[in-house]
Write a protein of this length. Structure first.
Ligand code: FAD
Ligand code: UDP
Length: 363
């Protein structure tokens, strides 16, 4: 009999692992406590027939040709370059900050060199750059920090940028040109029939079985598996032995607007300084769907609820390291994914991590 794997979680980490194991001839039994596959990338048609992302907007982008090619086995793509604007004092500006943002905000007519000179004049050099506050002040200075970053970050994380590692704000570039795309990756596209369909195809293999609405704790003792692939929160696996690792949550407020063809000019609009939500996303921009109405989602950050984001700060990473040390002693368990590795991974990075972890098990 070939080895039996229990895969906990049917998101990117679990599904890619299951597929790789299955193709190597092993049997993979995938469980998820949710009633659906695809993890946080799950999409569905709402009651009005618009394809929406239940857990917030997911835009696929990667520089990894291998990762894009891998997923392309399970989906065709719709090219899509995401654009975002940030509203400050009632006016929306291109975000990430670029030359047009500066010219519009300050009533200037800067060229590329002029924009670079402005950043050089207003920046507050920091050395070393350790926190997210350091990153932003070091590159664009205090005024732009306070207009676009400070309050958004406080709202999103419940923390001051000075309490978060540099990597959080460093996700956002600063530009002297007029490129207004959110991402500049080589591959930027949405799965043509949606994420859920892509996952269904990935999991469609004779060696894979999927059981939904199943809690790991209810099967971990009962069933006999040779190896476990665990993609849930690492602290939960160990019964919170060292205390809870903070994960930031969100509440999603979905709304359908009948007879509105287009609600906003870009896929996402960020509201750094107003409202309890951080941003509004209009799905038709992402999917290209044609429909008489439109569906949007507002994201309200909160401490409690489903774990969505690891919180990158030094003390949390120290706590994670203690759990990671326990994980290393579990020779029959592989920990992979955003929650199990406690890393602020994008989807493509989770695919990369899962492919690497699968190789370790197969070779
Ligand atoms: P998950 O998708 O969280 O899957 C883990 C699964 O395990 C879940 O389905 C969960 O139900 C299940 N599970 C956990 N514990 C148990 C248990 N005890 N028993 C049974 N099942 C369990 N990435 C991008 O690249 N682009 C984006 O635009 C983007 N936007 C995002 C927007 C939001 C609001 C969020 C929250 C994330 C976004 N991401 C984006 C990140 C992306 O969602 C993740 O990188 C990816 O989905 C992580 O996959 P995963 O398999 O590691 O985890
Ligand atoms: N950020 C900000 N203002 C914005 C957008 C982002 O201050 O208008 C900061 C904030 O700390 C946020 C981080 O940059 O958490 C990363 O933003 P991104 O859009 O990548 O977050 P995600 O899509 O992962 O929620």
């Amino acid at each position: 009999m070939s080895a039996r794997y229990l895969v906990v979680g049917a998101g990117f980490a679990g599904s890619v692992m299951a597929r790789e194991l299955a193709e190597a001839g092993y049997r993979a039994h995938v469980i998820d406590r949710r009633p659906h596959v695809a993890g946080n990338a799950f999409d569905e048609h709402d009651s009005n027939g618009i394809l929406v992302h239940r857990y917030g907007p997911h835009i696929f982008h990667t520089n990894g040709e291998r990762i894009f090619a891998y997923l392309s086995r399970f989906t065709e793509w719709r090219p899509y370059e995401h654009r975002v604007r940030g509203v400050v004092d009632g006016t929306s500006y291109p975000f990430p900050i670029n030359r047009d943002t500066l010219n519009q905000l300050y009533g200037l007519d800067l060229d590329e060199a002029g924009a670079a000179a402005l950043f050089e004049r207003v920046r507050e050099p920091r050395d070393p750059v350790v926190t997210s506050e350091d990153v932003v002040l070091n590159s664009v200075g205090r005024d732009l920090y306070e207009k676009f970053f400070l309050n958004y970050t406080r709202k999103q994380w419940g923390l001051d940028p000075s309490e978060l590692k540099a990597g959080v704000a460093a996700r956002i570039p600063v530009r002297t040109d007029t490129d207004d795309r959110y991402f500049t990756d080589t591959f930027q596209a949405m799965p043509k029939d949606g994420y859920t369909r892509m996952f269904e195809r990935m999991l469609d293999h004779p060696n894979i079985t999927v059981e939904l609405g199943v809690e790991f704790d209810n099967v971990r003792a009962a069933e006999d598996f040779d190896h476990i692939v665990y993609t849930g929160p690492i602290d939960a696996f160990f019964g919170f032995r060292f205390g809870h690792l903070p994960y930031r949550s969100l509440r999603f407020e979905h709304e359908y607007l009948p007879d509105v063809d287009q609600y906003q000019e870009t896929g996402t609009i960020n509201y750094p300084n107003d409202h309890a939500y951080t941003r509004i996303t209009e799905f038709k921009h992402l999917t290209g769907q044609v429909h008489a109405g439109t569906s949007i989602v507002r994201e309200y950050p909160q401490a409690e609820g489903d774990p969505y984001y690891p919180v990158p700060r030094a003390e949390n990473e120290a706590l994670f390291k203690r759990y990671e040390a326990l994980a290393k002693e579990e020779s029959n368990v592989t920990f992979v994914g955003r929650l199990a590795q406690y890393r602020y991974y994008n989807m493509d990075q989770v695919v990369g991590a899962a492919l690497a972890a699968a190789r370790q098990l197969i070779d």
